[in-house]
Design a protein around this ligand. Structure first.
Ligand code: FES
Length: 137
């Protein structure tokens, strides 16, 4: 007998009688959580938020982390915050690792998957720092 832990979505759909073209249509309509966000108006004062290396914050569907000392754009990374596996909000663990607490996926500072089960990258956004204000494009 299949349990909830052992059955895949595909196997479940087959078990309820969906197969062939119907199964393909259902699977095609199911996307993973890699829905791109278009952050707009993200503006963070880096003298009051994410002041220390390793700190992170969220804004407009984006996780913004301070990955190194300094106040240039290279000190920060902005990635889509939703894990590409099932959409759980990722955190920043430090040392360049973004982590999903749901099933343990990890992502690099480029957004690429370094540990599954996620199999597609987080979107990466361009960070600009002008004075003490960080913005995302
Ligand atoms: S939702 Fe992130 S690893 Fe599953």
């Amino acid at each position: 007998m299949l349990t909830q832990e052992s059955i895949s979505r595909k196997d479940f759909l087959k078990s309820i009688g969906l197969g062939g073209p119907a199964l393909m249509a259902v699977l095609a309509s199911c996307t993973n959580a890699n829905s791109s966000v278009t952050p707009s108006g993200v503006s963070i004062d880096i003298t009051t938020t994410i002041k220390s290396v390793g700190e992170y914050t969220y804004s407009s569907g984006v996780i913004i982390a301070r990955i190194s000392a300094g106040s240039t754009a290279a000190s920060f990374v902005a990635l889509s915050k939703s894990c590409t596996h099932e959409g759980t909000t990722v955190t920043y663990q430090g040392n360049g690792v973004f982590y999903c607490p749901n099933h343990g996926a990890q992502f690099s500072t480029t957004g690429s998957v370094t540990r599954g089960p996620a199999n597609s990258s987080l979107s990466k956004y361009t960070v600009t720092v002008t004075g003490s204000i960080l913005t995302i494009a």
